[in-house]
Design a protein around this ligand. Structure first.
Ligand code: NDP
Length: 498
């Protein structure tokens, strides 16, 4: 399939179509700066049509047997697997994730997420409560109705289906908007929704700028909840827009994630995981560690081996199977990374590796930054406080485990952290004092559909994956049933019924 000549269309009310005003926007390959496709550029009018279509479909979808809803998800997963040879290079071309990653993670995981939700969604039930001897309460998990799903570019298809799966299985209709720089695989998903026979209006997919199309979704009166993954700054804006309507927002936001390495850590394991998790996908993973707090007894060896391992990362054309690190998602991401590199250098931090662009013919026009490691002495510096979302990390020496915990918590973010030690008791007690939504002992960046994912503090409060994800798409409808012929009231002997 030729990316450029292909006619990408949005999905509204079961029909693949062009935006009302017919606009398009360029999709650029960050590996070489070339335009690879024209994607539809929607406006608020398209969102309005989508919201009305979803509202119309809402009741019938909610009343569709959950096993049938699950079958639609399974069909979508099957179509993604069928077309993986198309989707894998498409994913790589639009945001630069190396093909070694998109083939082993993005596309299989997208299918896997849908299959997982199709299964686990059927096992979720409400509760019954013996309210008093002659009354029963029950909670029924109700879908919100129409939900807005707004997703980022760093795993375009996976982040989209991680929301679409639980939204659909719980009986919601939705408007899905992917990131503007990487919308192509989600636009293919629109075609799969039609092919899978998902009823009209249940899934609507629109593309266009977040400031216009995203905000139109968030503020549309028919959209009952927004489920957002992205930058904390944008998350705050969505919360502001939602507050006047008291509209709930599920938020998976930014992070400034940390690893604490204690003297008794297993050094081979920690170096391998540190290198992988910091630089996988060019550090553009919400869970990537970018702060390393390393105890003094192991510090020199860790630094030496971490730098040596990171210097062997192959950086280049993401389409080549041997490439481990491709470009950043677009040029502005590289500019941001370079701003922080300059600021760290100006602060006098020692640059142990990288700090520059690769110098090869194949990378000269792309958004590349080499794996970069600074030795840092000030945890308050922006290198250690801001989410850079790039392969740029800082390492600091610590004396005690307690100092490590204190430094990890000295952050406005709270997405994830890990502790590396052979002493599990110590590790667990440390983790319990660490303010993050997710934490590992002797692991980092291992995320599977079965385990919950999400943060606290300015990283948001929502859980994705696992059975907990389903609760973001339902509310508890409490229903009280009186079994007594004469219901109890406090006025029973005082009220005259005659
Ligand atoms: P952004 O927040 O810039 O964009 C995310 C989505 O929001 C895009 O679809 C974007 O549209 C849209 N958007 C932008 N502005 C608005 C607005 N005012 N109203 C409504 N929607 C809007 O994030 P990125 O795409 O740059 O992704 C990287 C960020 O995502 C990082 O901060 C990362 O940590 C976070 N992330 C968090 C995860 C987690 O689990 N906690 C997982 C993955 C990523 P458009 O593209 O058109 O601007």
């Amino acid at each position: 399939m030729d990316y450029m000549d292909y006619h990408y269309r949005i999905l509204i009310d079961g029909k693949l179509c062009d935006p009302v005003k017919g606009g398009t926007m360029d999709v650029v390959n960050p590996a070489n700066g070339k335009v690879i496709a024209k994607a539809p550029r929607c406006t608020a009018e398209d969102v309005d049509l989508a919201a009305k279509a979803a509202q119309k479909a809402r009741k019938a979808w909610k009343n569709t047997y959950i096993g049938d809803r699950a079958n639609y998800l399974m069909k979508l997963a099957e179509l993604i697997r069928r077309d993986q040879d198309l989707l894998i290079p498409m994913e790589t071309a639009q945001y630069g994730g190396p093909i070694s990653k998109t083939s082993r993670f993005d596309i299989p995981s997208a299918a896997g997420e849908l299959e997982f939700m199709a299964g686990i969604g059927r096992a979720v039930t409400g509760t019954t409560i013996t309210a008093n001897p002659s009354a029963r309460g029950m909670t029924v998990l109700e879908p919100y109705g129409v939900v807005g799903l707004i997703t980022p570019w760093n795993f375009p298809l996976v982040t989209a289906v991680s929301k679409l799966g639980p939204a659909l299985i719980t009986g919601n209709c939705c408007i899905l908007k992917p990131a503007s720089c990487a919308p192509l695989t989600v636009l293919k998903l629109a075609e799969y929704c039609v092919e899978a026979g998902i009823p009209e209006g249940v899934v609507n997919i629109v593309t266009g700028p977040g400031s216009e199309v995203g905000e139109a979704i968030v503020t549309h009166p028919l959209v009952r909840k927004t489920n957002f993954t992205g930058d904390s700054r944008v998350g705050k804006r969505i919360m502001e827009l939602s507050a006047p309507m008291v509209k709930p927002v599920a938020s998976e936001l930014g992070g400034k994630n940390a690893m604490i390495v204690l003297d008794d850590a297993e050094i081979d394991a920690v170096v391998e995981t540190a290198t992988y998790s910091a630089f996988f996908n060019s550090g553009q993973n919400c869970g990537s560690p970018s702060r390393f707090y390393v105890q003094e007894g192991i510090y020199d060896e860790f630094i030496r081996r971490f730098v040596a391992a990171a210097s062997k990362i192959t950086v280049g054309d993401p389409m080549k199977p041997e490439t481990m690190m491709g470009p950043l998602a677009y040029m502005a991401c590289r500019d941001t990374a370079e701003k922080y590199i300059a600021s760290a250098k100006a602060a006098g931090f020692r640059c142990l590796l990288g700090g520059e662009r690769p110098n090869t013919p194949e990378t000269k026009d792309g958004a590349y930054v080499m794996p970069t490691i600074f030795e840092v002495t000030d945890n308050k510096h922006e290198l250690m406080q801001d989410e850079i979302f790039a392969p740029v990390v800082g390492v600091m020496k610590i004396k005690t485990p307690e100092e490590g915990v204190e430094l990890v918590n000295d952050s406005r973010y709270g997405l994830c952290a890990s502790v590396w030690t052979r002493d599990f008791r110590k590790g667990l007690l440390m983790i319990e004092d660490i303010e993050t939504g997710t934490a590992w002992i002797n692991q980092h960046l291992e995320i599977v559909p079965e385990t919950p994912w999400g943060g606290c503090k300015e990283s948001g409060w929502t859980k994705e994956n696992s059975v907990l994800a389903l609760s973001e798409y339902t509310y508890h409808h409490h229903i009280w049933v009186s079994l007594s012929e004469k219901p109890h009231t406090f006025w029973e002997s005082m009220i005259s019924l005659d």
